[in-house]
Design a protein around this ligand. Structure first.
Ligand code: HEC
Length: 175
């Protein structure tokens, strides 16, 4: 509670400094603004603003990092082990692909598909990731072939497809 009230005050202070409406050139220069052609005679009360201002800078940044990241091991490998490894395992690598723990990541990320020009997963680019086309059923439009995956059983629930897409968008980390 104290923290947020203080933060609001600091943000208001920062806004005032950026607008340059009130404080003199000394305050503006410490804020990092390049030019301050305000011909205001300097007052003696600006010296206290400089240390407060530097402390406001890191505060807004953590507020933007609220999106929870997808875990490959917890979120993605779990789907593979439940619905894919009956066919995509280290001994019967259907489609040339093993999705077993320990193999799946290297078989997917920046690895060439055997039935399309695309990589199976292109880190950071869901639209260039054939794996996503295979679970969506758009493999034909992606220049590929074969069946929608999993080829036995119902298609993946949308939330699991979304997780795969988000994981790829986040750079397909091995986490
Ligand atoms: C019943 C067996 C079976 C299951 C279950 C299965 N697959 Fe497949 N998969 C295949 C076969 C066979 C192929 C190759 C022919 C084709 O694409 O239809 C293939 C191909 C693929 C390919 C293309 C590989 C490449 O090199 O381009 C991907 C990606 C894939 N599967 C992902 C999955 C995923 C993800 C799951 C689980 C959600 C899954 N598969 C479940 C049999 C299966």
């Amino acid at each position: 509670m104290v923290y947020t009230t203080r933060m609001k005050l600091l943000l208001i202070l920062l806004a005032l400094l950026v607008s340059g409406a009130i404080l003199g050139s000394a305050g503006c220069q410490s804020a990092g603004t390049m030019t301050s052609p305000v011909p205001v005679p300097n007052t003696t009360s600006t010296s206290t603003t400089a240390p407060i201002q530097t402390s406001t800078m890191p505060i807004p940044t953590p507020a933007t990092a609220t999106v929870p990241g997808v875990s490959f091991v917890k979120d993605i490998q779990t789907v593979f082990s439940g619905k894919c490894t009956a066919c995509h395992n280290n001994s019967s690598r259907l489609g040339g692909l093993s999705l077993e723990p320990g193999s799946a990541y290297n078989n997917l990320v920046n690895a060439k598909s055997s039935e399309s020009e695309l990589n199976r997963v292109t880190a950071g680019s869901p639209d260039k990731s054939y794996l996503l086309n295979k679970v969506l059923g758009t493999q034909g439009q992606a220049g590929g072939s074969g069946l929608q995956m999993p080829s036995a059983g119902p298609r993946l629930p949308q939330d699991q497809i979304n997780l795969i897409q988000q994981w790829i968008s986040e750079g397909a980390p091995d986490n």
